[in-house]
Design a protein around this ligand. Structure first.
Ligand SMILES: [Zn+2]
Length: 67
């Protein structure tokens, strides 16, 4: 990786609305999300979701290409 052409890539935390905190690395110090692997119904198998995911799904239909 060349010096000077990349933004700083430092330890960061992803902070979920459910309270889960995930350590990662990013160019920003912290990232706030509303769904993470700990509370996403795909992983939990529970249906407790949430308008954000529904509206996201509506805005990006399955099969839609992001060209
Ligand atoms: Zn979460």
């Amino acid at each position: 990786m060349k010096e000077g052409i990349h933004p700083a890539y430092e330890p960061a935390k992803i902070i979920c609305a459910c309270g889960n905190v995930i350590d990662t690395r990013s160019t920003v110090k912290s990232i706030h999300v509303e769904i993470c692997s700990a509370c996403h119904p795909f992983y939990t198998g529970k249906q407790k979701l949430v308008d954000t995911a529904n509206s996201f799904r509506a805005a990006t239909p399955i099969g839609a290409s992001v060209a």
